[in-house]
Ligand binder design. Structure first.
Ligand code: GLN
Length: 244
């Protein structure tokens, strides 16, 4: 079996070492004897969605987002839509998540997003939404918890799209409606960044299984791994979120 990951804007959108999430996916595949291939896709580059099973876009400062937003639409929009419609797994984090939506409005300027999912982000007056966060999520018919860290000035509001989860502790999409992230088909957007996957190994395995199903046509039963460090990281993140 083989998982083919496309890393979008790895040099521009990788704040808080989002790169580590890709390494974590790689190790969890290789420990199970699953081949893992990463392809980088930066400004000006196009991609064929038929060649990938999992797309990853990390977070970025406002200026990084501005720099990639136009390129994203010009060179990648059609492929991104085809990938989503074709069941490719997508994980977009923080700044990447915001760019999946219709637009990101800040300081009198509107950055157009990909319009892949019905959501909008606005930088409203008020403090940045920063801190440890935990959310309850139901991805495979089972209620689970994601724990992590958020740091965003933009407030995201969902239109017709469904949230990834409900906030237990922290701010979530906008600090008001109790929702966090977005989920549609096999696409996930979230504000939880930095080592999201090492702290939530179950989400990494969900993405791996979804990607392998896309490539091989059948959802595999993944071999369990020795996860004592990952469990400890998850517990520590949960504890931090409870303390606020
Ligand atoms: N620039 C965006 C915001 O502040 C996203 C930040 C991030 O990716 N950390 O809302």
């Amino acid at each position: 079996m083989k998982l083919r990951l496309l890393s979008l804007y790895p040099d521009q959108m990788n704040i808080y070492a989002d790169r580590g999430n890709i390494l974590f996916l790689q190790h969890r595949c290789e420990w199970r004897g699953i081949e893992f291939e990463v392809t980088r896709c930066g400004p000006g580059q196009r991609f064929d969605p038929a060649n990938y099973d999992l797309l990853y876009m990390g977070g970025g400062q406002d200026r990084d987002q501005k720099a990639v937003a136009r390129d994203l639409i010009e060179t990648k929009q059609a492929s991104m839509r085809a990938a989503k419609d074709g069941g490719v797994a997508v994980l977009a984090v923080c700044g990447g998540y915001q760019l999946l939506g219709e637009s990101y409005e800040l300081e009198g300027e509107t950055i157009a997003g990909l319009g892949l999912v019905d959501l909008k982000t606005i930088r409203e007056p008020g403090p940045r939404l920063i801190g440890p966060v935990s959310i309850s999520v139901n991805l495979d018919g089972e209620e689970k918890v994601l724990a992590g860290f958020e740091n965003h000035g933009g407030r995201t509001r969902l239109g017709q799209a469904s949230p990834l989860g409900k906030v237990i502790h922290g701010h979530g999409n906008n600090g008001e409606d109790g929702f966090e992230g977005v989920r549609e088909d096999n696409l996930i957007g979230t504000y939880l960044h930095g080592p999201l996957l090492p702290k939530n190994a179950w989400l990494a395995d969900h993405l791996i299984a979804t990607g392998l199903e896309h490539h091989h046509g059948e959802r595999p039963e993944l071999e369990p791994l020795e996860d004592s460090l990952e469990t400890a990281a998850h517990e520590a993140a949960l504890k931090a979120a409870r303390k606020g």
